[in-house]
Write a protein that binds this ligand. Structure first.
Ligand SMILES: [Zn+2]
Length: 320
């Protein structure tokens, strides 16, 4: 067959077959998502709701950046090198100032695998995360998340490598970077046991990480309802007026308040039926009925059973 083809075509096909594996080393670029200025100089790129998929290329979080006097700070640049490149394009569409620091709110890779793109563009800047997050990365939690992300996106995030934080951010830290004041808030047993929240007191903004989501459920497998509620109370105790959740739209105090209401209703209902001697299976339909206001959240069916199980275990463990 090949013998009948013109030689230039054979050469072309040979070259193509050599190039194909190299091209497959990397998933496709992520197209631009809109940037929203949520407070003066504070920008958020709100990712699609839902879980990582082929369609969203694993992009589901809310990368954000803050433009200071002589530099920019980035918060949770996203889930892959491709998302990070998109976020840097959006940063440059707003300002020519350099990125001077990155903050990662917690261990879940949909928030920080894009560090790679930032590291490539700015090799020497600090990347901050909580000490617990850094320990979890050492344990291999990042790699496990990356494998899951690869599977769920069918390789869309290919080319992404783990670039974890090298700098520690701790509760009570107050930093000044590029003229921006940054306060770190941390509650140990919240969404993932590694969750920092970032307060910008002058901008009256708090980045909540996954301690709060809007119209969507958080993964509670490595957190506690009680600790998550305490973290939200910490955020609500600030003077902030604008609250940026880990997933879903930014808004006012009602954003953390609504998520708090979900968590506290779930925990209180489970505790009530636990006292009455019901199993988690028996209480499920009653609790679902009480959770009426949250039925329109994304993936209600997928999450609710798991959350009831986890709240049940938490209520049980608190007895000892
Ligand atoms: Zn998370």
């Amino acid at each position: 067959m090949m013998r009948n083809l013109p030689s230039y075509l054979i050469l072309g096909l040979t070259l193509l077959s050599m190039l194909m594996p190299a091209m497959a080393e990397r998933g496709p670029d992520v197209s631009d998502y809109p940037v929203k200025e949520v407070a003066k100089g504070v920008y958020v790129i709100h990712g699609p709701l839902g879980v990582p998929s082929v369609e969203n290329q694993g992009f589901i979080n809310n990368p954000a950046f803050v433009v200071g006097d002589d530099g920019i700070i980035l918060i949770d640049p996203g889930s892959s090198v491709q998302v990070g490149e998109m976020v840097l394009r959006q940063v440059r569409s707003v300002s020519n100032l350099p990125v001077v620091a990155v903050f990662n709110t917690h261990i879940h890779g949909d928030h920080w695998f894009a560090n790679q793109a930032v590291r490539e563009a700015y090799p020497d800047i600090p990347i901050f995360g909580h000490e617990e997050m850094r320990k979890m990365v050492e344990k291999g939690d990042g790699q496990a998340f990356l494998a899951t992300l690869m599977r769920m996106t069918e390789g869309a995030v290919k080319g992404t490598i783990e670039v974890p934080p090298g700098n520690t951010a701790t509760h009570g830290d107050e930093l000044s970077l590029a003229g921006i004041t940054i306060r770190i808030l941390y509650e140990p047993k919240a969404h993932s046991h590694s969750d920092i929240m970032i307060e910008l007191p002058e901008h009256r903004v708090v980045f909540l990480g996954d301690n709060v989501m809007n119209n969507r459920f958080g993964r509670m497998d490595s957190g506690t309802f009680g600790g998550n509620i305490a973290a939200i109370d910490m955020a609500l105790a600030t003077q902030a007026e604008i609250f940026v959740p880990g997933h879903g739209d930014t808004g006012g105090r009602e954003v953390p308040q609504t998520y708090r209401r979900y968590l506290s209703t779930m925990k209180a209902e489970v505790a009530k039926y636990f006292d009455e001697g019901l199993s988690d299976f028996e209480m499920k339909p009653k609790i679902i009925e009480t959770l009426g206001p949250f039925h329109n959240w994304v993936d209600f069916e997928r999450n609710i059973g798991r959350h009831i199980n986890l709240a049940y275990l938490e209520v049980e463990s608190e007895l000892f």
